[in-house]
Design a protein around this ligand. Sequence first.
Ligand SMILES: Cc1cc2nc3c(=O)[nH]c(=O)nc-3n(C[C@H](O)[C@H](O)[C@H](O)COP(=O)(O)OP(=O)(O)OC[C@H]3O[C@@H](n4cnc5c(N)ncnc54)[C@H](O)[C@@H]3O)c2cc1C
Length: 441
Amino acid sequence: MIQTIVVGAGVAGLVVARELVLLGHAVRILEASDHPGGQVAGHLVGDVRLDLGAEAFATRDGVVSAYLERLGLAQRVVAPLDAPAWLCTATGDLVPLPAVSLLGIPSAPLARDVVRVVGRGGAWRGLVDALLPGPVGSRLPTLGALVRRRMGDAILERLVAPVVEGIHSTHPDRLPVSAVPGLVHNLLRENSLSRAVTRMRIDAPAGSLVASLEGGMTSLVDHLVADLDRFGVRIEFGTRVVEAHADRVVIDRGDVQLEEIAGRVVIAAPGLVVDSQGAPGETTETHLVTLVLSASGPHVSALADAPRGTGVLVARGGTVHARALTHVTAKWPHLRSALEGREVVRLSYEHPADADQALRDAATLLGSTITSDAVEHVGSVTWFRAQRLVPTGDVPVVGEQVAGTGLAAVIQHAVETARSLGAPGDSVSGCTEGTKKENVA
Ligand SMILES: Cc1cc2nc3c(=O)[nH]c(=O)nc-3n(C[C@H](O)[C@H](O)[C@H](O)COP(=O)(O)OP(=O)(O)OC[C@H]3O[C@@H](n4cnc5c(N)ncnc54)[C@H](O)[C@@H]3O)c2cc1C
C-alpha cells in the first residue's frame, strides 16, 4: 500500500494522521522538532502542568467537544471562571469588556460599558450600523473593513482591535471575515452587525465560550500521540521537510545528504506552500512570559478575588507593553486549587520582554503591588505563528495557515480534509473507528 506522509506533528498533523489511519491509510509523520504538539505545549511547575501555548478551545458549534468525546476525553473538560475579561484602554483606564460582544463588536453601541471605551461620538457612530441595509460591508474581505464600514473607526480601533490582537495576534484589518464563522450570514439575516452579535451570542451553546482540559491542552496531544502509537504510527522527530510535492517529500535529518521519500503527502506545517502570488505565508511572533508567584506576600489577597476577571486585553498607545494578560489561576479554578495558593499570570508581547517588564505590566494591569521576590518561576517562550493564506498547488494542506487560528478551526478542518481524501484505494474504506481500533490493537 502507498504510504501517506503527514508533514508536521502539531494538532492539525496529529488529527489528520489519526483520521487517515482510521480510513485505512498507512501513515508516517515527519516532524522537524523533537516533540509533538506544535503550539500546544506545556511545562511543569512542581507537579502541575501549565500550558505554554494554547490553553483553551472555543466551544462554539460543539466541534471540539464532539471530537474530545470521540477520543474519550469528555470527562476531562473543565470550564473557566464565569467572569468577563477586562480591557486596558489607550488612555490606561481599566474597564470590563462590554457584557454582550463578540471579538469586541458590541451588541449595543450606546451601552454604558461601550461609551466608556469609545466615547460618546464613537458610540453614536456605532449606531449607524442599525440604519444601514444588511448587505452594506458584507462583501468586504476583512473583519476590520467590515466593522469600520458599519460601526466606525473608534469601535474598531479601541474595542475590536485589542481583542482581535489578543486572540489572533493580528490586526482586524488583516483578519479575513471568514475567521468569524457565521458573522456575515447573521449580518444579512439581521440587517445589522450589532444584532448579528446578539443573535450569535443567543445561539451559542449554554456555558462559557471556551473550555480546557484537566492537565492542560497538552493532554489532547498526549492522547492523540498515544492513539497513533497504538495504531502503529510513529512520529519521526528531527526530520525537517525542505520540499513537499503531492507524491514525495525531500527531508533533512541534519545529515550531510538530503533524502527523498515517496508517498501521498499532506502538509500540516507552515512554510511549505505558497499563495497565488508565489509568496510563502507570513508569520508573526508572539512572546509569552509566565510568572509563577509565591503563596505568600501582599499580592496574594489582592489577586485572590480575580480583580480583572480572567485577564486583560491591552489597546495600543498606552504605557503597558504587553498585548494581553491572562490571570491563569483566576481563569482556571482547577489550577488554583492544584497550585496551593500560588498565583500564575501569563503575559503576551509582540516583542521580546524580560521578567522585570512582565512584572511591571502585571502589577499595572492587575492593580496590585507584586514585588520581584514574589516570583518563584519565570517561563519564557517565543511562538512563530503562520498567518492565513490560500495555497496553490495540488498538495492537501491542513493547519492554522489554511483553517485559521484556534483549535476549533484547525481540528474541524483537519477532520474534514481527511474525510475528503477518503480511503486509499483498495484498503478498508468505510471502516468505523471501533472496527479499526480492533484491527490495529
Ligand atoms: C501563545 C498561544 C496561545 C494560543 N492560545 C490558544 C487558545 O487558547 N485556544 C485556541 O484554540 N488556540 C490557541 N492558539 C492557537 C493554536 O495553538 C493553533 O491555532 C494550533 O495549535 C495550530 O496547530 P497547527 O497544527 O496548525 O500548527 P502548529 O502547532 O504550528 O504545528 C506545526 C508543526 O509543524 C512542525 N514543522 C514546521 N515546519 C516543519 C517542516 N518543514 N518539516 C516538518 N515539520 C515542520 C512544527 O515543528 C510543528 O510541530 C494559541 C497559540 C499560541 C502561540
